[in-house]
Design a protein around this ligand. Structure first.
Ligand SMILES: [Zn+2]
Length: 208
């Protein structure tokens, strides 16, 4: 249960989202990008009030990219030595994209495709850490903190085992969590998707 002042502040924040969601999220207006107002405009007061009512919220996200020669392979903010990398409009970091989606999902705020559309040239080559940082701000503004995060990264080659510590510590630093609260598992597709990298993420949001 929140104190009345905190509730009032969050209600005020919610009204601000409905008034100008783009500016609220990014700190500037981008009227030619329409999904924000449309999506948030449809959010009911009841759905938004749930953001402040639950002691815990679970978020889930997943992301996949096709692999191609000559592209960098970024995972969790770490450049993975690989002949092939993710084909993407941004830096193609499937791990961070899935983390960002999980954070938005936990708040029932949609997905990053709505806010960083791959048809918009301004997001070309975007550092995915920026997306995650913005989603973390949303989590804080909604009155939540991160409990723990669990990632499963599926990639056939190269093997990621030697980079386990690099990837988990990079994600932990970005999320401002101790490494003990960031679980990173590596899987292969057993040849079912040798030309893809995929990440699935769950997050636990805890009401402050
Ligand atoms: Zn992606």
């Amino acid at each position: 249960m929140l104190f009345p002042l905190a509730s009032a502040l969050i209600d005020s924040e919610v009204r601000q989202i409905n008034r100008n969601p783009y500016q609220w999220l990014f700190g500037f207006t981008a009227p030619y990008l329409s999904p924000w107002p449309v999506t948030l405009g449809r959010m009911s007061d009841a759905a938004l009030s749930e953001v402040v009512a639950l002691p815990y919220r679970v978020g889930y996200g997943e992301d996949a990219h096709r692999l191609a020669v000559g592209r960098p392979l970024m995972l969790g903010g770490v450049l993975v030595p690989s002949a092939r990398g993710a084909v993407a409009h941004s830096d193609g970091d499937a791990a961070l994209h899935a983390v960002a989606d999980a954070l938005l999902s936990g708040l029932a705020l949609g997905d990053i495709g709505q806010y960083f559309p791959d048809t918009d040239p301004q997001w070309r080559g975007l550092d995915s850490a920026q997306i995650v940082r913005r989603c973390l701000q949303l989590v804080a503004q909604a009155g939540y903190t991160l409990g723990n995060v669990a990632l499963v990264i599926t990639l056939d080659t190269p093997k990621l085992g030697p980079l386990r510590r690099d990837i988990s510590s990079s994600i932990a630093a970005l999320l401002e969590l101790p490494q003990s609260r960031v679980g990173v598992s590596f899987k292969t597709s057993e040849g079912l998707a040798p030309d893809h990298v995929q990440t699935r993420v769950t997050v636990l949001l805890v009401q402050r």
